[in-house]
Design a binder for this molecule. Sequence first.
Ligand SMILES: Nc1ncnc2c1ncn2[C@@H]1O[C@H](COP(=O)(O)OP(=O)(O)OP(=O)(O)O)[C@@H](O)[C@H]1O
Ligand SMILES: [Mg+2]
Length: 364
Amino acid sequence: MMQTLAVEGYRSISSLVLGLERLTVVTGANGTGKSNLYRSLQLLADCGQGRMISSLARSGGLGSVRFAGEGPQPSPVSLRLGFASDSIGYAIDIGLPQVGDSMFRHDPEIKQEHIFAGDVLRPATTLLERRRGLVKADGVRLQQNMPAWQSVLDEQAGNESVPEAGAVRRELRSWRFHDAFRTDANAPARRPQVATRSFRLDDDGANLAAVLQTTIENGGEAEIALAAVHHAFKGSTLEIQGDASGLVAGLRQSGLARVMTAGELSDGTLQFLLLVAALTSVESPGLLVLNEPERSLHSSLMPALARLITQTSERTQTIVVTHHADLTRLLGGASVELRKSAARTTVAGREGRLDQPVWAWPKR
Ligand SMILES: Nc1ncnc2c1ncn2[C@@H]1O[C@H](COP(=O)(O)OP(=O)(O)OP(=O)(O)O)[C@@H](O)[C@H]1O
Ligand SMILES: [Mg+2]
């Protein structure tokens, strides 16, 4: 299970350490930094896909994501991200590039990466250490002149003498993020889909019907999926229809002579079906992060949504980012309230350093 997430130097988050439970609810008023936290975790997950630097460059580079507050800025400029689970931890430090004549001279650079055992990085718990181009494991040099844009997770994932690199990469690759799904008139989820078994929902929701049908045929979470729809839409039943053009999701509602298919459902109804598919899909992620899952849903759907998320968190560790008070109350669980103080994201109720979960960054 994931124990701690740490972010430093990402937009309004100048420094944040988050202790995690099976279900952690992150709340806070508009503009307190909830979506910044969500995006910084996506960036951390990108480290497992070898695309962290390019994702950062696409979101404006370090110059854009660094804290833009008044007063002295931390020096050197750095963005640091990390996690610690029961068994393994990882921390990455990204900084400004060295001056050079490359056309990519604005690309940020990886300055350091550490993989460690247990919950806190210390010299004694360090398993693998990368400082600029030099990579060492147990004090033994593994590689030198490693390019600043490449992560040890990619370079060393296949190295059997350091299985930790592959383990961290697998962990990060298993995380899944869901923000609002497309539900407009041309949304992919509204169109018929190829009838092929689908174990996880595509980011754009295009395989909605196939994912739901796979869950139903697989048995595992089928009951949760069907009950969630029944609970949310007062006695309606989920029906997947198939013909020559493919599969399409639909709802059989009382008072209607035929099933309403995805193309005909309201935006909120379709959004809820997409969440059901995402949360009950056969392939369950290592960590599921939902950003404002209540978006475009009416308050009356909150009990059904809260039950669905709570049931999901029993098999998958889940973080829910929301500013919906009813949803927060219904979810119960551990809740963390973000506030803004002097333009920085802070956690309510944490006055001193001792209130923070334990975390240590490597020194530059
Ligand atoms: N580089 C930056 N430095 C400092 N603050 C920043 C930077 N970029 C964005 N912000 C601040 O982050 C805030 C937006 O944070 P975010 O989008 O995470 O809010 P939120 O809690 O998700 O709000 P909402 O509930 O409205 O979605 C804004 O107040 C903005 O001023
Ligand atoms: Mg937001």
